[in-house]
Design a protein around this ligand. Structure first.
Ligand SMILES: *[C@@H]1O[C@H](CO)[C@@H](O)[C@H](O)[C@H]1NC(C)=O
Ligand SMILES: *[C@@H]1O[C@H](CO)[C@@H](O)[C@H](O)[C@H]1NC(C)=O
Length: 216
């Protein structure tokens, strides 16, 4: 009997993530033109609009990651090279525009916003400017600025959403593309973030040999 209870308990715990599908949220605010085309003095308004329409709280994608990184990237824009500024600005716009269909949904869940938000970040980071600038060149030519943009707080925000692939890509590829300076800076960061980094390794197998080379 005890064994059966144990088995059932482990099944329940193991499958809880699948059984507990997150509730759908109905919109609390209409789609607005201002939210779709944010004013230049408030370029990150969109994420506040997303949160107002589908409230998920301070620890979910819209505020903790979307709004946070939008503000931070805009504050840091002037410190990047001209090509880097252009690439980062385009990335910001790409993320916002890719989230518009989710913002316009008639209902959604916080889990869906979280998933879409993370996928959109990964897709937009992969974009290439018409100057030829891509993520790797961006990091390589702006290593010091990039290290300021992605601090330990930023990595913990990214991993808190449950998909460590984004943080892995930003750190592992960042180190790969960023040269000595970034390897040292990001090694400190990883040292303060061992648990997340350990699990990143398993999930992001394709990069683990690069990772091992960089951190050992
Ligand atoms: C970012 O891109 C938009 C659209 O092209 C442009 O209006 C804005 O001035 C750019 N911002 C910076 C800081 O380059
Ligand atoms: C950066 O911009 C310059 C023009 O200002 C261009 O010649 C160069 O190829 C660009 N570099 C990258 C890496 O995109």
């Amino acid at each position: 009997m005890r064994i059966i209870v144990f088995l059932i308990a482990t099944q329940v715990v193991g499958c809880a993530a699948f059984w507990w599908s997150e509730p759908m949220i109905q919109p609390r605010e209409d789609v607005s033109a201002e939210c779709l085309n944010p004013p230049s003095d408030n370029p990150c308004l969109f994420y506040q609009c997303l949160e107002r329409r589908f409230p998920c709280g301070a620890n979910e994608y819209a505020l903790k990651v979307g709004h946070h990184f939008c503000i931070k990237k805009n504050q840091h824009l002037p410190f990047f090279t001209p090509n880097g500024t252009k690439w980062l600005n385009e990335t910001n716009i790409c993320i916002r525009e890719s989230l518009i269909p989710t913002y316009q949904l008639d209902e959604t869940s916080c889990a869906n916003i979280r998933t879409v938000g993370q996928n959109v970040m990964l897709d937009c980071i992969n974009h290439r400017s018409d100057t030829g600038m891509d993520f790797c060149r961006f990091v390589g030519s702006n290593a010091a600025q990039y290290a300021e943009l992605i601090t330990i707080d930023d990595v913990s925000r990214l991993t808190s959403l449950g998909n460590p692939r984004i943080a892995a890509r930003m750190i592992v590829n960042g180190a790969y593309c960023g040269g000595e300076l970034l390897r040292n800076r990001l090694a400190d960061l990883a040292g303060g973030f061992n648990d997340a980094v350990g699990s990143l390794l398993h999930i992001y197998q394709g990069l683990s040999s690069r990772w091992t080379n960089f951190w050992n």
